[in-house]
Design a protein around this ligand. Structure first.
Ligand code: GLA
Length: 379
């Protein structure tokens, strides 16, 4: 099954925006291999908007020859040669959001073109819809065209959440769908998109069908196309932890050719990635919220295939350190059940606990745990 677990990869938009070219894409594919991202599971190298030429040629899309002198098919081949998959971007309207020619009325020929070029992933945006046109119908058309196009292509729907895509996107062939507008590299954006706008969506996700709260800003550090001041290490940890619990696609947005050690370690943490990629495919949800002096803490939980539960304890306030607690009952475990608790950041076993587990979390930071119920009769 395509996208049996949340897709993992990189997309050019967050850092490069219009400054994307074939050297960046090749060097990104090289960096996937050299930095361990590929071994960690990152697979798709995706070019976002502004790869396109200004006009179609003989009715077909073609690439900007200055940015991509060797051409898109050669670039796809290069990415495939690294054992990776290649993705591209287009749009359901007459033009892409940046004003380049797009799919409206050309769905079949474009899907065939992408298949011929060796495309494995299509992000399909929602700008420039002709007035009165049924948007869902356009996604259905492209979904059908992709199926008929002769190549397995992951369909990433980017409708921004306005028409509740969680209710229809899988039925038109979508494997993932954006649930909100665009993320940017700031704590405010992570709070808004991650913590406030994903509530209630968990029942719609599962193998082959994922809610997409947008690409990661981890490691951007205030530089690039969607930079808005950047985030601290703690804020990037919180962001990554939440996206793993949400079973979100993990599409890296920083410049992976220049990742610092903290960024690389965070993005390749095998225990966090195992939570995101867990074969049960359940999306995590909020199980607790607490307030103290205007500050907020939240507890999110994601049930895993082996009957353990991944838990994030998030201190969303600015000040101080706060003790946060996950009661066993809030995550569906009998309060008397002894459970092993593992720190997922470090892999350290923290011991065996009953009733609950609590720990002190600094502002904007997160504890990430796995709670493993012990089998056998309860004492
Ligand atoms: C929209 C999408 C972004 C990006 C840009 C490209 O804003 O939501 O993710 O693809 O278009 O123009």
């Amino acid at each position: 099954m395509l996208a049996a677990t949340p897709p993992m990869g990189w997309n050019s938009w967050n850092t490069f925006g219009p400054r994307i070219d074939e050297a960046v894409v090749r060097e990104t594919a090289d960096a996937f291999v050299e930095t361990g991202l590929k071994d960690a599971g990152y697979e798709y190298v995706v070019i976002d908007d502004l790869w396109e030429a200004d006009e179609r040629v003989d009715g077909r899309l073609t690439w900007d020859g200055e940015k991509f002198p060797a051409g898109i098919p050669a670039l796809a081949e290069y990415v495939h040669g690294k054992g990776l998959k290649f993705g591209i971007y287009s749009c359901a309207g007459s033009h892409t959001c940046a004003g380049k020619p797009a799919g409206y009325g050309y769905e079949e020929i474009d899907a065939r073109t992408f298949a011929e070029w060796g495309v494995d992933f299509l992000k399909y945006d929602f700008c420039y819809l002709p007035p009165g046109v049924d948007g869902i119908g356009l996604y259905r058309r492209m979904g059908q065209a992709l199926r008929a196009g002769g190549r397995e292509i992951l369909f990433s729907i980017c409708e921004w959440g306005g028409m509740k895509p969680w209710e229809w996107a899988a039925s038109v062939g979508g494997h993932m769908w954006r649930t909100t507008g665009d993320i940017n590299d700031s704590w405010k954006s992570i709070m808004d998109i991650g913590f406030d706008r994903q509530l209630g969506l968990h029942a719609y996700a599962g193998p082959g069908r994922w809610n997409d709260p947008d690409m990661l800003v981890v490691g951007m550090r205030g530089e690039g196309n969607v930079a808005r001041g950047g985030c601290t290490d703690a804020e990037y940890r919180t962001h990554f932890a939440l996206w793993c619990l949400l079973a979100s696609p993990l599409m890296i947005g920083c410049d992976v050719r220049k990742m610092d050690d903290a960024t690389r370690e965070l993005l390749t943490n095998p225990r966090l990635i195992a939570v995101n990629q867990d074969p049960l495919g359940r999306q995590g949800y909020r199980v607790g919220q607490m307030w103290w002096g205007g500050q907020r803490g939240e507890v999110w939980a994601k049930p895993l295939a082996d009957a353990s539960v991944a838990v994030g304890l998030f201190h969303l306030g600015d000040r101080d350190r706060q003790r946060l607690t996950v009661p066993w009952e809030s995550i569906g475990i009998d309060r008397h059940r002894p459970c092993l608790v593992e720190d997922l950041w470090s892999g350290e076993e923290l011991g065996e606990f009953r009733v609950d587990y609590s720990t002190v979390v600094p502002g904007h930071d997160a504890a990430m745990l796995r709670v493993v119920p012990r089998n056998g009769p309860q004492g």
